[in-house]
Design a protein around this ligand. Structure first.
Ligand code: CDP
Length: 227
């Protein structure tokens, strides 16, 4: 018997997935799993190797990659072969290449297997692009977050500014649109709303409001499970 439910939160870049998933996990005392960070870690490793953007080259380096998610006072930290890369994986260079790298089947299989292992015991909030459709198609609660492009650009700019990354609004807008395009048109597990996912438009919601909404849905599911 699982100790808690699996909550899948999917959606495009800047829709509020990671902020929502993190706070929701805290509120429920569940584990938060940022699957995008895992794709970013693979991308960072590939960038450091100076290899071509070719499937064969990327598949070959996967056995050299070990990704570890750890939790401390600073929240979730991402380790790549023992090195804390939590900040490095957010750099624009990684962001520029993460979607093409994520289209490769071997990369998806490599990470999906690890994500299933981490989430197997339940009591997790996992965010990404394919959690409700591929990683955990039987997740008890599936949320699909959306928001207007303008709002998503605004949020990403703010986030990057806080990290001291200088980037123009036009560039962020182009990155977001291009990432949406690659993520939703790729052949393997494209970004799409699962049939049984609940769609929430966060354009005009505060973080507190969206967390509260999903929290109530989660409590309902958890209570139904027990009865
Ligand atoms: O920037 P944002 O937080 O929206 O993205 P992320 O969650 O860090 O994910 C970065 C990229 O990884 C996405 O644009 C996808 O290309 C890929 N990804 C994926 O393919 N499948 C997932 N489950 C999570 C991320």
């Amino acid at each position: 018997m699982k100790k808690g439910i699996i909550i899948a939160i999917d959606g495009p870049a800047g829709s509020g997935k990671s902020t929502t998933a993190k706070l929701l996990a805290q509120k429920l005392r569940y584990k938060y799993i940022d699957t995008g960070a895992m794709y970013r870690a693979v991308t960072l490793f590939w960038l450091r190797k100076n290899l071509p953007l070719e499937e064969k080259a990327v598949c070959q380096i996967l056995p050299e990659i070990s990704i570890d998610l750890q939790y401390n006072n600073n929240g979730l930290r991402i380790f790549l072969n023992g090195e804390d890369v939590s900040e490095a994986i957010r750099l624009p260079e990684v962001t520029n290449f993460v979607s093409p790298i994520s289209t490769f089947k071997c990369v998806r299989e490599f990470l999906v297997e690890q994500q299933r292992t981490i989430g197997a015991n339940g009591a997790v909030v996992m965010d990404g692009r394919d959690i409700g459709t591929v990683v955990f198609p039987k997740a008890e609660l599936k949320i699909y977050l959306v928001a207007s492009v303008e709002e998503r650009v605004r949020r990403r700019l703010l986030e990057l500014k806080q990290k001291g990354v200088a980037i123009s609004p036009e560039e962020v807008r182009m990155q977001i649109i291009e990432r949406d395009r690659i993520d939703s048109t790729r052949q393997h597990s494209p970004l799409q709303k699962a049939l049984d996912a609940i769609e929430i438009d966060t354009t005009n919601l505060t973080i507190e409001e969206q967390v509260e909404k999903i929290y109530h849905l989660a409590i309902e599911k958890i209570n139904n499970q027990k009865s």
